[in-house]
Design a protein around this ligand. Structure first.
Ligand code: HEC
Length: 110
């Protein structure tokens, strides 16, 4: 049984998946992301969205961001199209499925 939150998300992803541009993107599962977000909340979960290491810098808010935007951003860090040392290192360790799951999770947050 899927938790209630996963059903509208799955439906949203299935409809996205039928668009040509998203054809090869795996469907995200917000529930599966729950044991993956531990590597994100250290930075993206901080109130005020700042982190203090190595310098105090602003961390963008990703909760409530559109899932497609999140996946595209993570892919761009992985390929080096976007450069940020911490995000590049993290994105490099994520599979397409991880990215889709994380995007579904954060996209559903308010
Ligand atoms: C070490 C701190 C840190 C960790 C851990 C971290 N991030 Fe980030 N993240 C950042 C910073 C700083 C930026 C802004 C980078 C830039 O300026 O391009 C960012 C940017 C992003 C963006 C782009 C946001 C935008 O508005 O364009 C996404 C999406 C994102 N992170 C997702 C994640 C996910 C998912 C995880 C966990 C797998 C994660 N991040 C882990 C610090 C972190």
């Amino acid at each position: 049984m899927l938790p209630r939150i996963a059903i509208p998300l799955t439906a949203a992803f299935l409809s996205l998946a039928s668009l040509p541009a998203a054809a090869q993107a795996p469907a995200g599962n917000a529930d599966a992301a729950k044991n993956k977000v531990s590597m994100c909340i250290g930075c993206h979960g901080i109130g005020g969205y700042k982190t203090a290491y190595p310098d105090v810098y602003h961390v963008p808010r990703i909760s409530g961001q559109h899932p497609t935007y999140i996946v595209n951003a993570l892919r761009a860090y992985k390929t080096g199209e976007r450069s940020h040392p911490s995000m590049k290192g993290i994105a490099a360790s994520l599979s397409d499925q991880d990215m889709a799951d994380l995007a579904a999770y954060y996209g559903a947050q308010k």
